[in-house]
Design a protein around this ligand. Structure first.
Ligand code: HEC
Length: 144
């Protein structure tokens, strides 16, 4: 009886020792680098930044106008790209080879689906034509 009680107390003390030793050496204190840069918080990856001229400072002509007026929605991660991904397998307008000048101008002027119409006061006829010409220039690679 007494012997059993001693063994049990001994086991209990050993367990206590293990439990109290564990927090004394937390994993992040073993590696100072890991402590300085804690692991990224779990969650969805952040979306790519919107396409703006700062990403393409050397863009000219139709490309420049496209980035300026359409890039915020039609760049990677843009809402136009996101919605077009639901109904085309090439959601980036710049990668397509099936767009026509008339279609691009019509979509821009009247709006299409969730895309709002873009009025002349915002983008002139001359600028829309340059954008449409840029988007319909045959792509050397990757496009269709
Ligand atoms: C406010 C965001 C926004 C802007 C700015 C925008 N678009 Fe869009 N665009 C969309 C969305 C969203 C769609 C998808 C519409 C849908 O299917 O519901 C779309 C679709 C299109 C399509 C149709 C593609 C297809 O396969 O049918 C064309 C063409 C287009 N946009 C051209 C342009 C051009 C050119 C500009 C700049 C002058 C522009 N868009 C600016 C949001 C935008």
């Amino acid at each position: 009886m007494n012997g059993l009680a001693t063994v049990t107390r001994g086991g209990f003390l050993a367990l206590l020792a293990v439990l109290s030793a564990a927090p004394a050496q937390p994993a992040e204190q073993k590696d100072p680098a890991a402590a300085a840069a804690p692991a990224a918080r779990p969650g969805p990856p952040s979306p790519p930044p919107p396409l703006t001229l700062s990403a393409r400072p050397n863009a000219k002509g139709g490309e420049r106008l496209y980035v300026q007026y359409c890039g915020m929605c039609h760049g990677k991660g843009g809402m136009g790209t996101g919605l077009l991904a639901r109904r085309t397998d090439r959601p980036l307008l710049e990668e397509r080879n099936d767009l026509t000048v008339d279609y691009v101008i019509q979509a821009a002027r009247t709006g299409i689906g969730n895309m709002p119409p873009i009025p002349r006061g915002e983008v002139s006829d001359a600028d829309i034509k340059q954008i449409a010409a840029y988007l319909t220039t045959p792509k050397a690679r990757g496009g269709r």
